[in-house]
Design a protein around this ligand. Structure first.
Ligand code: HEC
Length: 305
């Protein structure tokens, strides 16, 4: 019995998520008078209580009448949580929402937040973070010429670029810049063989040491992923180098202790240019038309008026 109670309590705690909902409450009711805030809080609690009590009372008979077992219902709940962000990725939800958004702004009371998201938190905070994550997942830059080459399209790269790739592998750049993003997996000292001058590596900026306070982490930095590197000047954490050829020359002396010939110094950046992929196209959602009931931003700083 006690065990069942504890388990039920834990489940309730997770579903209602009072700790997660508190900051949402604070931010949503920002600027309301204390009495108004109390009213919103009371309404939220009331709505949540009614929903919970109603389902506690009629939930099981209802499921039974529908021929659904409790474990099946739980699995369905899990699938639903999985489905919402998946839909977001494939934009269906967006299309449906932009249709319903205009209606809801006109029919509902957008200022009334007691029911949603406060009383029904499942859809609020977690899904906001999931939505952002789902959006970020779409920010990829596929089909770089290097990818096409790896896919077997041998003419996707010219001879100079292929020579650059060979040098990139043979001289040892790949020991730090590897994997699907050609880097980003690990930290390495900047200046394994020869520490660059203070114009490029400011002596007071000791990199990872600032976080770990471990002597071996002095001047250690993340090996930058090199996808789209031709678009992301300036280079290095100090942002002091604007020219990709110069960045490559610094890398080869500092990290590998080799002086590349002028031809080689040109070939590697030529290869690095093949890492530029198709840039993501972001379509902004079309927001519903503003009406006289649309909430307007509140001034945080009091004005003299
Ligand atoms: C020992 C590991 C190591 C090796 C070998 C190495 N790199 Fe790096 N690379 C790094 C690290 C660490 C950084 C980040 C330095 C910083 O942020 O100041 C970096 C940064 C870069 C950058 C700047 C990217 C940017 O966006 O700022 C380029 C370009 C680059 N490397 C190319 C190369 C090339 C080409 C080679 C081979 C000639 C090479 N690297 C060899 C570790 C390495």
């Amino acid at each position: 019995m006690a065990e069942a109670l504890v388990s039920a309590l834990v489940t309730l705690f997770v579903v209602i998520d009072p700790i997660g909902i508190a900051p949402i409450f604070v931010s949503l009711t920002h600027g309301m008078a204390p009495a108004e805030r109390r009213r919103v809080a009371m309404r939220s609690v009331l709505i949540a209580a009614v929903v919970l009590v109603a389902f506690a009372a009629i939930g099981q008979p209802m499921l039974e009448a529908l021929g659904i077992t409790l474990p099946a219902f739980r699995i369905a709940g899990g699938l639903l949580l999985f489905w919402i962000p998946t839909e977001m990725v494939f934009e269906k939800r967006q299309a449906r929402k932009s249709g319903s958004a205009e209606r809801s702004v006109q029919e509902d009371h957008p200022e009334d937040i007691a029911a949603f998201p406060l009383a029904v938190p499942l859809m609020a905070f977690d899904n906001v973070t999931r939505a952002i994550e789902a959006f970020e997942v779409t920010l990829i830059t596929p089909a770089a010429r290097f990818d096409q080459f790896l896919d077997g399209n041998e003419v996707a790269m010219n001879d100079q670029e292929k020579e650059g790739l060979r040098l990139f592998m043979d001289t040892g750049c790949v020991s730090c810049h590897n994997g699907v993003n050609l880097g980003g997996q690990d930290y390495f000292p900047f200046g394994v063989i020869e520490r660059p001058g203070s114009d490029i590596l400011p002596p007071e900026d000791k990199g990872r040491f600032a976080v770990t306070q471990t002597a071996t982490d002095e001047y250690v930095f993340r090996a930058v992923p090199l996808r789209n590197v031709a678009l992301t000047a300036p280079y290095f954490h100090s942002g002091q180098v604007w020219d990709l050829e110069q960045a490559v020359a610094i890398m080869s002396t500092a990290q590998l202790g080799i002086e590349l010939s002028e031809e080689e110094i040109e070939a590697i950046p030529a290869f690095l240019h093949t890492l530029t992929g198709e840039q993501p196209r972001v379509e902004y959602p079309i927001l519903p038309r503003s009406t006289d009931t649309t909430p307007v931003p509140e001034l945080m700083v009091p004005t003299s008026r």
